[in-house]
Design a protein around this ligand. Structure first.
Ligand SMILES: O=C(NC/C=C/[C@H]1O[C@@H](n2cnc(C(F)(F)F)c2)[C@H](O)[C@@H]1O)c1cc([N+](=O)[O-])cc(O)c1O
Ligand SMILES: [Mg+2]
Length: 214
């Protein structure tokens, strides 16, 4: 059988990026997905918004739901201060395997813990298994119908503190309408929409930033 899209993305990184240089890994993926084969990375336009929110928050402990091939994992991990950690959760073992290699190629494996499995099972185990008190930053980019249940689960497991920032991808396209309703109507969040475009296209999409008020 032939290669998969994630495997072809990995090949493009190995061919065009410099080992240990996260920015070259990001550029190689963006070039490949813009000119060769589209893939559901947050991309370069929304990526700049992710970078700026991440830099503002400067999290000690960050969580990403939906690793996919590790593009946003590399974007986040490259900006973490020394000693800070990123936990990224991926459900699909084939995607996780490619992500491991892309994260390692960028030289960021020491800052990232990639956990495989369903979020519903893993979130309740975060405290005991990874010694997490709470997350300062959460990037939601997994199945859009899991954004609300997983946000509620993070609240119920005491993994959010006053000031924790949630940043959600795709709130317009493919869309996460229930999530927007949830965070915009809840007195426990202060939300703001960052308008952008769907990765590598001219279609509108955006990121919703929601600060947990405790
Ligand atoms: O469907 C989209 N994303 C879904 C993304 C899904 C990814 O999240 C993983 N996951 C599932 N559960 C978990 C966890 F962590 F919960 F266990 C992790 C899945 O295996 C997959 O790799 C999408 C689609 C478009 N598009 O234009 O169609 C554009 C985008 O940016 C997108 O993110
Ligand atoms: Mg996305």
């Amino acid at each position: 059988t032939g290669s998969s899209r994630p495997q072809r993305m990995l090949k493009a990184v190995q061919k065009n990026a410099t080992k240990g240089d996260p920015q070259s890994v990001i550029s190689a993926i963006d070039y490949y997905c813009r000119h060769k084969e589209w893939a559901m990375n947050v991309g370069d336009d929304k990526g700049l918004i992710l970078d700026s929110v991440l830099t503002e928050v400067n999290p000690s402990t960050a969580l990403e739901l939906g690793t996919y091939c590790g593009y946003s994992t590399v974007r986040i991990a490259r900006l973490l201060s020394p000693g800070s950690k990123l936990i990224t959760v991926e459900f699909n073992p084939a995607f996780a395997e490619v992500a491991h290699q892309i994260i390692a190629y960028a030289g960021l494996q020491d800052k990232v813990t990639l956990v495989e499995g369903p979020s519903g099972d893993l979130i309740p185990k975060m405290k005991e298994q990874f010694g997490i008190k709470y997350f300062d930053f959460v990037f939601l980019d997994h199945w859009k119908d899991r954004y609300v249940p997983d946000t509620k689960l993070l609240e119920d497991c005491g993994l959010l503190k006053k000031g924790t920032v949630l940043l959600a991808d795709n709130v317009i396209c493919p869309g996460a309408p229930e999530y927007l309703k949830y965070v915009r109507n809840s007195p426990r969040y202060e939300s703001r929409y960052y308008k952008s475009n769907l990765e590598y296209t001219k279609v509108e999409d955006g990121l919703e930033k929601s600060v947990f008020l405790g």
